[in-house]
Ligand binder design. Structure first.
Ligand code: GLC
Ligand code: CA
Length: 512
């Protein structure tokens, strides 16, 4: 396990929208370099950058055309190497986004694979042996190639699936995962990883990590075996490199596949969803809403067994949001967000903060951009200050990648820096606290002290610290063995005496 993950706090950067230094309206590597001090002062010491590779951008870069070349709109490979270097000088690690499940339909491997005559890439993608027969259970495309077959898709039409084989082969064109051509795909992905690790990157966020081996079993044993093979390579050659999976199933991702981290992804009605995005299932009873109709046990019932089963293997990670999810500001106000972040940033595992969530950037209703659809509204330019284009770019407004939120009340970094009570300053204080208290970091234990359905507060322990949360507008109390503790940190007011914790409206308390 890379030791640096213990106190890591990640900041996810959607590079298109972070900071534009040459006025073309799109964020760039130099922009990230210029903002490294901001990131450090915020309290983050690691970055995950969304795909920044050459691409036709039909899925915002998740359709990679060249794994080893950056997209010119962000700069050059040398700029990215310089970003690694500058980040490392400031103690910041960087994960790139690895997209192993599919490429762009414009990738040279795919162009070769489409040819009628056999070549090195014939089996790099999944093809049937007949131009008209469908593929059972999977999306596919026919009629676009010389080759007499249809090919399997992994996501959009522009994203043909790479061939890692089929665990259960049911057709003669399906190859087993140990077929030399499937192993060649895996080795090609290792080659991509080595390329970036050798140039200074610190690991990868892995896109659709569960999707590699097809016709896999319930346990995903084919896909897990493949990742274990990759983990062995890392342990041997790059023991400090870290991998986080977009999987959302920690028992498989951490225990079986060998990822160091897995995201607790938002899924309609799951535990994480009940904390802050319950509106997706109907009436919004998110735990962090101030009406107090939330119920922390909906989260804990799902989280606790997963945490217990995986904590010896890796980190199950909390996130404020990501580029696929509506921003948390969509349904939570700043006060509610402060409490939600207080929780997310004091949980075990490694926290992830999506750029702009630290100032409560809003979700924008926008037409789709680069395959974003409803996700587009969470991908707008970072709001740095009250100047032109909110300080994101010197370019003209029409040229911006996406419109900046300039509507009344739009938050920005400069204004929030001046306000001691701002969301930004609360995030900074929380992340400082996490750095100062080892008991709040990735490895320290987590135990529930008081969590009753329909009741508040929620009280939990991290190591020797006792923490309490009351998101509601009522004053609430709970019996708890408080011992002889003092207040280490608080939002709002709470106190602990005579075996009782009393939490005033919308409060958070850390007792030491
Ligand atoms: C992942 C990415 C998403 C992308 C998809 C296909 O879910 O997070 O943005 O569209 O994979 O690569
Ligand atoms: Ca630019």
């Amino acid at each position: 396990m890379p030791g640096w993950l213990k106190n890591a706090v990640f900041y996810e950067i959607y590079p298109q929208s972070f900071y534009d230094t040459n006025g073309d309206g799109i964020g760039d590597f130099n922009g990230i370099i210029e903002k490294l001090d901001y990131i450090r002062e915020l309290g983050c010491n690691a970055l995950w950058i969304n795909p920044c590779f050459d691409s036709p951008f039909k899925d915002a870069g998740y359709d990679v055309r060249d794994y080893k070349k950056v997209a010119p709109r962000y700069g050059t490979n040398d700029d990215l190497y310089r970003l690694f270097e500058e980040a490392h000088k400031k103690g910041i690690h960087i994960l790139l986004d690895l997209v192993p499940g599919h490429t762009s339909e414009e990738h040279p491997w795919f162009r070769e694979s489409q040819k009628a005559e056999n070549n090195e890439y014939t089996n790099r993608y999944v093809w049937t042996d007949h131009p008209f027969a469908p593929i059972k259970g999977y999306p596919y495309i026919g009629g676009e190639s010389e080759r007499g077959g249809v090919y399997l898709l992994n996501f959009f039409k522009c994203q043909p699936a790479l061939n890692y084989g089929f665990l259960n082969c049911e057709e003669k064109w399906q190859l087993p995962p140990d077929h030399p051509d499937c192993i060649a795909t895996r080795e090609a992905m290792k080659d991509v990883m080595r390329f970036w690790l050798d140039h200074g990157c610190d690991g990868f966020r892995v896109d659709m990590a569960a999707s590699l081996v097809k016709n896999d079993d319930e346990a995903k044993s084919g896909t897990c075996a493949l990742w274990r093979n990759i983990r062995e390579m890392l342990d041997e050659e790059y023991p400090e490199a870290a991998m986080v999976s977009e999987w959302g199933d920690p028992v498989k991702a951490l225990n079986s596949a060998g990822f160091h981290m897995d995201f607790y992804l938002n899924r309609r009605g799951n535990g994480y969803n009940t904390l802050m995005r319950d509106y997706e299932t109907g009436e919004d009873n998110s735990f962090f809403k101030k009406d107090g109709k939330g119920d922390i046990t909906r989260f804990l019932n799902e989280y606790l067994p997963d945490y217990a089963a995986t904590k010896e293997h890796g980190y199950y990670c909390m996130l404020t949001c990501n580029h696929d999810t509506l921003r948390p500001k969509y349904n939570l106000d700043d006060r509610e967000l402060k409490l939600a972040y207080a929780f997310l940033f004091t949980m075990p595992g490694v926290p992830y903060l999506y750029y702009g969530d630290e100032i409560g950037m809003r979700y924008q209703e926008l037409p789709t951009k680069e395959g974003g659809y409803h996700r587009t509204g969470s991908r707008t330019p970072m709001q740095w200050n009250a100047e032109k284009n909110a300080g994101f770019s010197d370019g003209s407004a029409e040229d911006l990648y996406l419109p900046v939120d300039l509507s009344a009340g739009a938050p920005d970094v400069a204004a929030q820096e001046m306000d001691a009570n701002s969301l930004l300053n609360t995030v900074k204080a929380l992340l400082r606290l996490r750095q100062e208290e080892e008991d709040l970091q990735a490895d320290a234990g987590f135990e529930v002290v008081y969590a009753e359905s329909g009741k508040l507060p929620f009280v939990y322990r991290r190591g020797n610290l006792l923490l309490a949360l009351n998101p509601s507008l009522e004053t609430v109390t709970a019996a708890a063995d408080v011992g002889n503790r003092t207040v280490r940190f608080s939002i709002g007011k709470g106190n602990a005496e005579d075996g009782m914790i009393t939490m005033e409206p919308q409060s958070f308390l850390v007792l030491k």
